[in-house]
Design a protein around this ligand. Structure first.
Ligand code: NAP
Length: 322
């Protein structure tokens, strides 16, 4: 077992959970498995995924102690079940695992949308099982068990959205679990989460999908030039627009209201920007770009981004030790 990265808890003598069942072993699920193993946050890791090839890979990588073809088998006897499937698949998985859950078990998830997941999962859980949804705000544009890594959640936020009347002890155990994996933990309502994430994550993805889609629709000669000269801002949009199509389709289907609200505001601001350009409003443009630069500096100041140029991409002529 490798060393525990700084910021994650040292391997625990006594695990937080006896048996964790991870359903869906893609980027997020496999990263959780790796981090649980490294920190000994659970004694036994049970894994299940809809894809036999994913389970075969999980076995090869040694990510779990028990591998089950069905979610219900993995969840049986678990004191923590984490659903790591696309948002739209949560209801089906919850319906299947419901009857095999033990009284006192905690069911959580990692979905990028929270209100819809709560509505989809809660009705399938038997009395005495605690639902404590969570969203680790950490990820990459890659998918699958090979894309995961142990430090994915390190120094990243994990937002917990306990339903009204949630058991405080269960909520605290989930908080402790994510802290052990190196996350900073915040608690808020599901509705508030969905509004905040609509502007910080969902809308930026929509803009990236749109701009790359516009480029893809250009006539062939122009499209070739776009790809050739894509060293500028466009390249960063293509990284975001390469994100998993299933995951992002579900985000927009299940966080529809909040995304449409933010999209309305975005469109108004875009029209204002369009007018500034048309009228040659030099002061207006300068003032806006100065304000937006301050936001970027604020994100760097709280440690959520590097101050290195070009997102810290390696450069051959970069100053040593920089
Ligand atoms: P991923 O790499 O595509 O992994 C998801 C896995 O779940 C896939 O192997 C998928 O199989 C499997 N699956 C789908 N439906 C299933 C079902 N009914 N039963 C069992 N397994 C099923 O996706 P991910 O990026 O880890 O995302 C998983 C969740 O994390 C999503 O809810 C997403 O919103 C959330 N999240 C993602 C990120 C990110 O940056 N990626 C960040 C934070 C949170 P198939 O290939 O057959 O679909």
């Amino acid at each position: 077992m490798g060393a525990v990265p700084d910021g994650m808890s040292a391997p625990r003598a006594k695990p937080l959970f006896e048996r964790i069942a991870i359903i869906g072993l893609g980027l997020i699920g496999s990263s959780i498995a790796r981090a649980v193993r490294r920190t000994n946050a659970a004694a036994i890791i049970a894994a299940s995924d809809a894809q036999p090839r994913v389970l075969a890979r999980v076995r090869e990588l040694g990510l779990a102690d028990e591998i089950s073809e069905t979610a219900e088998e993995a969840a049986r006897g678990a004191d923590l079940v984490i659903l790591c499937v696309p948002v739209g698949a949560n209801a089906d998985v919850a319906r299947r695992i419901g009857p095999s859950l033990t009284r006192g078990a905690i069911v959580s998830d990692v979905g990028s949308v929270k209100a819809a997941v709560e509505l989809a999962v809660a009705p399938h859980l038997p009395a005495g099982v605690h639902l404590v949804p969570a969203h680790p705000v950490a990820g990459t544009e890659q998918s699958g068990p090979d894309a995961g890594f142990v430090s994915l959640f390190l120094h990243r936020w994990c937002i917990i959205t306990p339903p009204e009347g949630a058991d405080p002890a269960a909520v605290e155990r989930v908080r402790e679990f994510w802290r052990a994996l190196g996350s900073n933990v915040e608690t808020m309502t599901a509705a508030h989460h969905d509004l905040v994430l609509a502007i910080t994550s969902h809308l930026p993805h929509l803009i990236a999908y749109n701009i790359v889609g516009t480029a893809a629709d250009l006539e062939e000669a122009l499209r070739a030039e776009v790809i050739k000269f894509s060293a500028g801002g466009f390249r960063d949009f293509t990284r975001i627009a390469a994100s998993d199509p299933t995951m992002w389709r579900d985000v927009f289907l299940y966080n529809k209201d909040a995304v449409l609200e933010m999209l309305g505001r975005f469109n108004e601001d875009l029209s204002a920007l369009q007018r500034m350009i048309r009228r040659g409003d030099s002061d207006g443009l300068f003032e806006l770009f100065t304000r937006t630069r301050a936001i970027r500096m604020g994100i760097v100041a709280v440690g959520q981004e590097t101050a290195a140029p070009d997102f810290g991409r390696a450069r051959e002529d970069a100053p040593q030790g920089a």
